[in-house]
Design a protein around this ligand. Sequence first.
Ligand code: 0WE
Length: 255
Amino acid sequence: MIDMKGRVAVVFGIANKRSIAWAIAQRLQAAGATLAVTYQNERLAENAKSLIEGLPDAQAFQCDVSNDAEITQLFERFKSQYGKINALVHSVAFAPADELKNDFIFTTREGFRMAHDVSVYSLIALSRAAAPLMTEGGSVITLSYYGAEKVVPRYNVMGVAKAALEASVRYLAADLGPQKIRVNAISAGPIQTLAARGISGLSEMLKAHAERAPLKRNIEISEVGDAALYLASDLSTGITGETIYVDCGYNIMGF
Ligand code: 0WE
């Protein structure tokens, strides 16, 4: 058994009970970790708070990761409340809906800026804020997707942002390694989350994924939680700067 007792994990990106962030928070808590879980804004507060507060040893915080002042304030609260952080989970991404509908060539300047600000820069900002509190070393975990490296129709600017995210994982890993802070990404196969639901053609994608993947099925969200626990724990102390696939093997296939 992996024992995370006495470890503090902060998880960003819960919107609802289908969120990957929520699956990860549940898994870390089940392993004994103390949790801080954040949601973006007032609109999500009621639902997010009731989920988070139902989890033992977990507390809810509001933070919009595109706002530097909110990040600074939040980590000051973490410092006084917990004194340290062991793991940071970044499960945050956004591109304006229109950017995921048209051809990539129609990407707007503002859509590009927003996708990179929310989905990529936030990892840099949060890692910088968390590092001084990772006094026992630490683990930073973010979520990526195969569209970072191969063209997935309509994933568009998010694919470019995920490529930048995976590169940022390597640069952050190099910067933070001397402080025994590891930085890794989990590249998850497609999941029916609420964020993914509005996406046209997702059911066909899930079907094709299950047919082509070596394991002949789609991933379970709990499998992302399991991989995150591994990366957050001392089982993975030799691993940093990596993108680990939790995709039933889909990415290895050439045909
Ligand atoms: O990273 C993602 C989706 C992230 C996402 C989802 C939305 C929907 C609502 C980012 N921004 C928005 N903006 C919205 O307005 N995935 C890996 C899931 C996903 O999204 C796709 C996919 C897959 C898979 C979009 C097009 C094609 C495939």
